[in-house]
Design a protein around this ligand. Sequence first.
Ligand code: ZN
Length: 412
Amino acid sequence: MEAIQDEAVAFTSALIRIPSINPPGAHYEDCARFIGETLAALDFAIEYHPAEGRPEHTRAHPRLNVIGTRHGRVARPLVHLNGHFDVVPAGDGWTVDPFGGEIRDGRIWGRGACDMKAGIAAAIFAVEAIRRAGVQLHGSVEISGTVDEESGGFAGVAWLAQQERISADRTDFAIIPEPLGVDRICIGHRGVYWFEVQMRGRIAHGSMPFLGVSAIDHLGLVLDRMRDVLKPALAGRTTDVPVVPTAARHATLNVNAIAGGQPIDGIQTPCVADRSRAIFDRRFLLEEGFDRTRAEIVDLLDGIVKDVPEFSYDLRDLMVVHPTRTPDGSPVIGALERALHRVLGRSVLVASPGTYDQKHFARIAGVPHCVAYGPGILDLAHQPDEYCDIADLMNATRVMALAILDLTRTVC
Ligand SMILES: [Zn+2]
């Protein structure tokens, strides 16, 4: 590991210097080729997988995924290490060049340093360190660099799973080196339900609003009931899944957007608003399930219909992500726990407040033995002055190498 450190750091820095910003999906091809060429130079067999047929796979912004395979003595068990190489836009407030890949004070700096280009480095150099130690793997390892995790992963891991390139038929275990913290194993995430509610009112002259029906007043009723009835109920529900931070162990609701009446910057006319809309982000617990979550929203809206005769609404589902949880006693959890105890003397099981590509491994590929484990501090993801400690990177690389040795010998 000490001999390989400079290469792992240089690789991370070089990957940060490719600004693979999502949206729109810039420089994906450069990123995929750089990862592919690095893997090829280390004797991995390389495949490129453009997301043919996906609408976001365009000539201007091709969605190119890359997979490298290193065969062991036998094909199975196969451990798949997956990292997304897209990063969110830099945003304001940086004191270093977000795409400079600067190495200073024992840290690698830049957008994607922790989320999750250091994680990709940890995956690659964990496998390479095993080879340089002269150890031949028993089973096999794949490393993928994929696109679009930050926008749902549909042309990335979801697409590879739909093509059955990642599937239960070939993939035994998966580790996603997202930056959950170097001593933390992440066993899943809460569910997501994004929905839009549209209210219809009746237009009238604004000097005689009593002759119309204000869709904005009706949106107010919805927001009131959410605040007074739904949110306290959600705050009273707690999951058994160890979500961090602990405040995210409850069910939550956020208003993403509201709109109604006339365009706010346009010339105003005296009219009662005949239309309003709002978009909501409901994070639900494994114990709640999606059907109950949606039914609760319908009940809330129908309750207003009963009390307010002129209230009418349309509910539209925008996105549903089911919660996922790695099975208790999964070999992938055990292998990482043993490795963490050897390297750091401690390990913690956590779950994520937001979702990541584990859902696609579990739900589409049918690979339940999947966790997130990787270097970097969760709170720094998507922030200005993002960095990854080199010590974290190398410790995560050690942990992954030990876990890979263990899992490639594990019959599931
Ligand atoms: Zn990430």
